[in-house]
Design a protein around this ligand. Structure first.
Ligand SMILES: [Zn+2]
Length: 319
């Protein structure tokens, strides 16, 4: 029976690999995680994933049929089913779809990057339901972008479309892990926020709770900003301003009706949303004024990343 169909959603990260079984309504029937152990071979990780996913399957209540596997991975390429030189994995080029087919032969297996998966999760299970044009920005250690145009995720010619995080906002600016300098993600991300706060602390002698730590983290900046610390608040203002300015460029390309912020930094709420909206409005070409909203992601927080990866398969099965 089709109602018993489940998709295995897998979210491969630098530290841990999460996985879970998701039904077509976005309900997670069981989820778990294994350490990725990126210092070992990818094959060793996939073997452990297969064993752990099978063990989890055996614990699911009732009878089910596995309909496919959706995987989100850094530098995941949808067309080739590969992970390509992901900086935090050190695996080089990995034929992910090929490797998983060895364990789950005959099933549809789809691969993309985590930001594209987040956009599909928004489209099927979040606030993107019913929208045809929107952008999801994932704000974590880095900045990812998933772009939906005319109801479809945009992969582009290379499969890597939507890399706003590596568009330059400051030529000759902060060095980025990609080799360029001044990329958006070196400013508008948890890492960028912490860096901005440290620069502000160094540039003044104003009192701040952040001076208690030699290297305040993004979480410490968030806590201080919530407590009204002026330097922490200024760090958020600058982070949102840089993000909003670049989002104005993105709006000019695809004219989305909404931009959803997803991930750790997005949980800061108005601290990041307010300066982002302001800078977006100030830099928007007039024909787009009033046509685009900046909103927090509407994907249920529990298992949000897994819902996105499972949506890769559910979207294909629906269309
Ligand atoms: Zn970069």
């Amino acid at each position: 029976m089709a109602d018993m169909d489940l998709v295995l959603g897998v979210d491969i990260g630098g530290t841990s690999t999460k996985f879970g079984y998701i039904d077509r309504s976005g309900r997670c029937l069981g989820a778990s995680a294994i350490p990725t152990q990126a210092d070992q071979t990818p094959e060793a990780c996939f073997l452990r994933l297969h064993e752990a996913a099978r063990a989890l399957w055996a614990t699911l209540p009732g009878a089910h049929r596995l309909a496919g596997i959706g995987v989100g991975a850094p530098n995941g390429n949808y067309y080739r089913g590969t992970i390509e030189d992901a900086p935090n994995l050190n695996w080089g080029m990995v034929d992910l779809r090929g490797a998983l087919s060895g364990y789950w032969g005959g099933l549809p297996i789809a691969v993309t990057n985590d930001a594209n998966a987040a956009a599909l999760g928004e489209l099927l299970f979040g606030s993107g339901r019913g929208l045809r044009d929107f952008i999801v920005i994932t704000l974590g250690t880095g900045l990812g972008t998933g772009v939906v145009v005319n109801g479809e995720l945009v992969y582009g010619h290379s499969g890597f479309a939507g890399e706003l995080g590596h568009c330059i906002v400051e030529y000759g600016g902060r060095p980025c892990g990609c080799g360029l300098r001044g990329c958006l993600e070196t400013y508008a991300s948890a890492t960028g926020l912490a860096c901005t706060a440290r620069e502000l602390l160094a540039a003044s002698s104003a009192p701040s709770a952040l001076r208690e730590s030699a290297e305040p983290s993004a979480l410490a900046v968030f806590a201080a900003a919530q407590a009204g610390d002026p330097i922490a608040r200024e760090a958020f203002r600058r982070t949102g301003t840089t993000l909003g300015r670049k989002l104005a460029d993105a709006v000019a390309l695809t004219s989305p009706e909404a931009i959803f912020l997803f991930g750790g930094l997005a949980k800061a709420g108005e601290l990041i949303l307010e300066p982002t909206r302001k800078a977006l409005d100030e830099n928007l070409f007039h024909v787009f004024r009033g046509t685009v909203q900046v909103l927090p992601s509407g994907v249920p927080e529990d298992h949000a990343a897994l819902l996105g990866t499972a949506a890769l398969i559910w979207k294909e099965l629906k269309s």
